[in-house]
Design a protein. Structure first.
Length: 149
């Protein structure tokens, strides 16, 4: 398996793990909401229900974010190698190595560190469309693009 495919699979696993966690939270909150209905009465009951409703809304927003990540991954072209950074590119710089995909954070693979970043992140936005040897300035640091895969 090539490096892009490995990074992509790790990003997919990241999204699936988040999805599993959020689904577990939703399930737990639904059970708590049902037991809250059966057992309590009065102000304490209303406060408990309101807190659970807020948690359910938060989980719903997280689900929406996960859906967006899945959509971005579906659009990520792992087969295309280009001299111009695009969704699915691996970008090696003098500062760090990046995988333009989703914001999945730090990934260590083949004894090398990569940062899975979204094209809508500040650094991702600067790297998108960049070419080898281009210099960008991010947070006051000069970053030289050494290689785009």
């Amino acid at each position: 398996m090539n490096l892009k495919e490995e990074l992509f699979k790790l990003c997919e696993a990241f999204v699936n793990k988040r999805l599993q966690t959020v689904n577990e939270i939703i399930s737990s909150n639904q059970k708590a909401l049902q037991s809250e209905t059966k057992s309590s009465a009065g102000d304490k009951h209303e406060t408990g229900r309101a807190m659970l409703q807020l948690e359910m809304e938060k989980s719903g927003q997280q689900l929406s974010g996960i859906r967006q990540m899945k959509e971005v991954l579906a659009k990520t072209d792992r087969s295309k190698n280009s001299e111009i950074a695009h969704l699915g590119s691996i970008i090696e710089t003098n500062f760090a190595n990046y995988f333009l995909s989703i914001s999945a954070g730090k990934i260590i693979i083949r004894n090398k560190t990569y940062y899975a970043i979204s094209v809508s992140s500040p650094i991702g936005n600067l790297l998108l469309g960049a070419k080898k040897d281009k210099e960008i300035i991010f947070n006051g640091k000069k970053i030289q693009i050494k290689k785009i895969i």
